[in-house]
Design a protein around this ligand. Sequence first.
Ligand SMILES: Nc1ncnc2c1ncn2[C@@H]1O[C@H](COP(=O)(O)OP(=O)(O)O)[C@@H](O)[C@H]1O
Ligand SMILES: [Mg+2]
Length: 343
Amino acid sequence: MSTDPLILCENLVKIYRLHQEGGGSVEVQALQGMDISVAEGEMLGIVGASGSGKSTLLNVLGGLDRPTGGRALVGKQDLGRLSPRALDEYRLKTVGFVWQQGARNLIPYLTAVENIELPLTLSGQVGKSTRPRALELLGSVGLRERIDHRLEELSGGEQQRVAVAIALANRPKLLLADEPTGELDTATAQTLYNLLRTLNKQLGLTMIIVSHDPGIAQHVDRVVAVRDGKLASETVRVQKSDSDEHHLVELAVVDAAGRLQIPREYLEQFNIRRRVQVELTEAGILLRPPEREHHSHDHIASSSNQESVKPDTLEVSSGLSKVWQSFKSRFARSSKNSNGDEK
Ligand SMILES: Nc1ncnc2c1ncn2[C@@H]1O[C@H](COP(=O)(O)OP(=O)(O)O)[C@@H](O)[C@H]1O
Ligand SMILES: [Mg+2]
């Protein structure tokens, strides 16, 4: 796996405008300033609640949808700036898709091998025999014996393996899979993940796999969690210092403006609502409930609840320099006077 990014999204925004009966319209902000980079050859998992923007991100990266703002670079191509024709070409040549439903991936009245031949024919291999390449692809997903089976004659797992073969037909640089195991049982899902992992390693193919299953972390290089159209956290593998073993660590993502998302459960546990006390300690930055909100039920606490700010997005950057100043001065004072409270 190279460390050069194949994909770089900066402040990516996607807004859908829904037209309502009677003439008005509402905006849906599906991506709200997403920053993400994916290395060439990396296998990335994306998890997040329904409606958090996972499919929108894949659709933008796959050239099916245009970003409203920000940048989405894949290789040297800036997807927001490609002409419609260049975007069509990008979609055909650079990406392969695997969707959740077998029926979206496969044409039901064609056999497995014919389904794979179709994109080969469409991409201009007219006249040339597409059969050898289609058979090779079926072999690479372990389905040589299913050549003449149609959609309904294949199990769910087999349908998804044919879908992978179709997605690989045009030798894409990037494979995008939107909940490919969503309709599979656990054991079949494992087999599909193992196949994707093998292909990722064999072909050096960059992959992004959206999943509902947090267990995906076992199968990929890195997992990012999306919340409300932004990156919330990343789960990375960390090698234990005394062995070759790895363990998984979830890290909150800090965006370019210094904002981070804090899991809702943590905020609820400490009764943190709209504001938080930010303190520097020697070990790191401590966030805790402001004293007045924590101890009293007066009008300040209740009125702050009514403000329409998302409860789990805290901006810590602007206050931090002040906090740092007070930390420094407190330490300067406490070295002279151990009772150095600044109040
Ligand atoms: N074509 C569309 N038109 C309008 N709103 C959409 C469209 N696609 C997605 N959305 C909205 O954008 C948000 C993110 O959706 P989506 O990316 O499908 O989430 P996920 O895949 O994480 O479930 C949702 O609120 C969804 O309703
Ligand atoms: Mg989705």
